[in-house]
Design a protein around this ligand. Structure first.
Ligand code: SF4
Length: 534
């Protein structure tokens, strides 16, 4: 039986798809001097000379513009090069626009010398548009393309590593900013405490205020500013990327050299002969030298010490005290309280005892009297030298802020009409993913989940929109042939020269100027690099 299609007898012509650069206004009665921004779902109506809710887009003489300049990295940047350069208005001669203090056009366009970042580039919202900059350059004779956009991320968080032994709060405890819950305490790592801050559930799952405070906290951290946090049942801490954390008003100095057991092992030989017993007090594992394998290898005499806490293995004790901000990340201010007593059949008067923390910041020297009671005495110089060395071996405490974001959603449509092909190409190591030129680690598994150190990103890389969501730059760089193969928006590929001359391909909400910046010395040059794949 033949299948029939119902028609009215006309040939089956599809009407051509009409794609407007901007939608018709939602409200017919919108004032004539206003313009609707459609760079995010808020759809601000912006009066002439004013900016929208996020301060990133403005109405300039009836045109929607991206307020900030797009940031371009230039490998070799002279002293005077970092100035702002407007894009050429339509009809302006190319040469004039290209000579901009950053050297001649030829110099600027030298092979692989320039990288267009997503910072200030504008966005792909409402997600069917090609990315604002799809720029082709040659790298070592190979045609490459960099697809550049400002991603709007709801699914994103900050992972914060705080180098400290001090007790910040129990695992899973709420972390608050200005009274609002903005994250939680995650696992402790070796010498550090991890926090997970932000994330979609705090941004959008709670009250409006929670979302707003979370967003402001993430923006501040991302742009390398300080944030004050309090942890339920724990400490108050000030965190800033690349700076020492401040715990309960005290700036942290040293990251521990190791746990108590590791410290005992590392310095056992240096202490041997100068001490009869060493206790390294630590929140995790408190070490006791004579019982520890290190002491046994040195054939140390048993001291008869009896420790509090739970014995794990010889010379290694858990839970000698509660977590806190005292000795070795415990709540101890009187360290002798970790010692229950001495076996009179083994200990002897005159026994020399060193108590120290894992950073050497706390240390005391005792000698047992005739009743086997430790009496504090002046620490011998040789022992003090070892305690100082423990301190020397501690690295400076820092706060590290990593931005973690799921870029698996709509921004991929700005790269290709078939977004999964971009994901697949990244997993095949064909696409380098960077954020503001900073290398991003791409997580294994599905989607494009990227993570980068905010310190490696240019100043002011992050913005926000009130949906609420974070705005962050993202760039995908790949061979032009590969871009074609994954269904890239080839019609919108423009040469670097064109991009330098006249900016983004579109004219609705595009940046009006560019700014040169020098790449960070710590970052690999983003062109010609493979991705950092998990
Ligand atoms: S919040 Fe910003 S991006 Fe969103 S519509 Fe308003 S001006 Fe445009």
């Amino acid at each position: 039986m033949t299948e029939h299609t119902k028609t009215d007898g006309l040939p089956g012509l599809e009407p051509p798809l009409q794609v407007l650069e901007r939608s018709r206004p939602r409200h017919e009665r919108m004032a004539a001097n206003k313009i609707e921004c459609n760079a995010c779902p808020v759809l601000c109506q912006i009066s002439e000379g004013k900016t929208g809710a996020c301060d990133r887009y403005a109405n300039a003489n009836g045109a929607l513009v991206r307020v900030d300049p797009v940031v371009l990295l230039r490998r070799t940047l002279g002293r005077d090069d970092a100035r702002l350069v407007p894009f050429a208005p339509a009809g302006r001669p190319a040469d004039e626009a290209m000579t901009d203090g950053a050297g001649s056009a030829d110099e600027a366009l030298a092979d692989g010398e320039v990288f267009v970042t997503g910072i200030g580039s504008s966005t792909t919202y409402p997600d069917y548009k090609p990315a604002p900059f799809i720029v082709s350059t040659q790298v070592d004779g190979v045609d490459t393309v960099t697809v550049v956009t400002e991603g709007i991320f709801s699914y994103c968080s900050m992972k914060v590593k705080i180098d400290t032994d001090r007790f910040l709060g129990p695992e899973q405890a709420n972390v608050r900013c200005r009274g609002e819950v903005v994250g939680h305490v995650s696992t402790a790592e070796y010498g550090s405490q991890m926090l997970s801050l932000g994330g979609v559930h705090h941004l959008t799952g709670g009250s409006k205020k929670e979302g707003r405070v979370t967003l402001e906290m993430m923006l501040a951290l991302g742009n390398k500013g300080p944030v004050e946090l309090t942890i339920d049942g724990g400490s108050q801490v000030v965190v800033q990327a690349g700076r020492a954390p401040i715990v309960n008003g005290v700036e942290e100095q040293r990251m521990r050299v190791g746990c108590g057991s590791a410290t005992v092992g590392i310095f056992a030989k240096q202490l041997f002969g100068h001490v009869d017993e060493v206790v390294v007090v630590d929140d995790h594992i408190t070490g006791v030298l004579s019982e520890h394998q290190a002491g046994r290898c040195l054939d140390m005499k048993a001291s008869g010490i009896r420790m509090r806490g739970r014995k794990s293995t010889p010379g290694r004790y858990f839970q000698v005290a509660n977590p806190g901000t005292g000795w070795g990340g415990t709540d101890l201010v009187e360290p002798l309280s970790v010692i229950e007593g001495w076996d009179p059949a083994v200990a002897w008067p005159g026994l020399r005892l060193l108590l120290t923390s894992t950073t050497g910041e706390h240390a005391a020297w005792y000698v047992l009297d005739a009743d086997l009671v430790p009496v504090e005495a002046e620490m011998p110089a040789a022992v003090r030298a070892v305690v100082q060395r423990i301190g020397e071996n501690c690295e400076p405490s820092l706060s590290t802020v990593l931005f973690l974001a799921g870029a698996g959603g709509s921004l991929r449509a700005g790269v290709t009409e078939n977004p999964v092909l971009l994901t697949n190409a990244i997993k095949r190591a064909q696409v380098n993913v960077t954020l503001g030129g900073a290398p991003a680690y791409v997580w294994p598994g599905g989607g494009i989940t990227v993570m980068t150190d905010v310190l490696r990103m240019a100043e002011g890389s992050f913005g926000t929109v009130p949906t609420p969501a974070i705005v962050a730059p993202i760039e995908f760089t790949l061979r032009l042939d590969d871009y074609r193969a994954l269904g890239g928006h080839m019609d919108h590929v423009r040469t670097l020269e064109q991009a330098l001359r006249s900016g983004a391909w579109h004219h609705d909400g595009a940046p009006t100027a560019r700014r040169w910046a020098a790449p960070l010395a710590a970052n690999p040059w983003p062109l010609g690099q493979g991705p950092v794949l998990g």
